[in-house]
Design a protein around this ligand. Structure first.
Ligand SMILES: N[C@@H](CCC(=O)N[C@@H](CS)C(=O)NCC(=O)O)C(=O)O
Length: 218
């Protein structure tokens, strides 16, 4: 039977979280690696907004938001062996949602400005970093209470957020390594050094160049 098609870009944090959801649910997809500067026509026909990730299901339906792809893979909890969706704990589910909202709707825009401070000369790089640090400090507080953001087990919040913190850390690695966020440093290192992260970061040739797609997942 044919598999759903996932258009993905290796370094995109939204595509990373989609691949993490797929891998951790034990689902498989046929992965087409793309370049943002050269998006395939069939991807744009399916999702004209032109962002990755995009998932096309066998019945032709399209899922083009990373969190929805995670939700689809995890089967709204039916395909969730690690209980990432926290279905037994509505309070933690709400906390996860709030944290991911903060990441996507606030932190991400400071991260982009910090990363590309030269394109946003209204303020300094340090200013943008300090704005982003407000979210990092919130994570630091949570990670002082348990190993992962909401408990000692990783949940959707950890997997949806750490790819963005990776980018934040990568802007100035020397600064990040000595910044007063030991718990965030530990948590990030634990995710980046995990076999799961290595699996989702495997390199594939781009689909447009090679015409090859790859089975990704279990
Ligand atoms: N809300 C979307 C955002 C996805 C997104 O913005 N992805 C970036 C790459 S990291 C993208 O495709 N940008 C389009 C471009 O750069 O042309 C999601 O969660 O899937």
């Amino acid at each position: 039977m044919s598999l759903p098609t996932l258009y993905s870009f290796r370094r995109c944090p939204y595509a990373m979280r989609a691949r993490l959801g797929i891998l951790l649910s034990g689902t498989s997809v046929s992965l087409r690696e793309i370049l943002l500067k050269h998006k395939p026509e069939p991807m744009l026909a399916a999702s004209p907004k032109g962002t990755v990730p995009v998932l096309i299901l066998q019945d032709g339906s399209i899922i083009d938001e990373s969190l929805d792809i995670m939700g689809w893979a995890l089967g709204l909890g039916l395909n969730d062996p690690h209980n990432l969706l926290l279905t037994d704990n509505p309070q933690r589910q709400e906390q996860a949602k709030t944290l991911i909202d903060n990441n996507d709707n606030e932190f991400k825009s400071w991260l982009d400005k910090y990363k590309y401070a030269d394109r946003h000369p209204e303020q300094s790089e340090i200013f943008y970093r300090a704005e982003g640090e407000k979210f990092i400090a919130q994570l630091e507080h949570l990670l002082g209470k348990h190993q992962q953001l909401l408990s000692d087990s990783a949940s959707i919040a950890d997997f949806a957020i750490f790819p963005f913190i990776r980018q934040f850390a990568g802007v100035d690695r020397t600064w990040f390594n000595q910044a007063p966020y030991p718990n965030v440093q530990r948590w990030l290192a634990c995710h980046l050094e995990s076999p799961i992260f290595a699996s989702i970061m495997e390199k594939y040739p781009t689909w447009l160049d090679s015409n090859e797609e790859f089975i990704f997942g279990d």
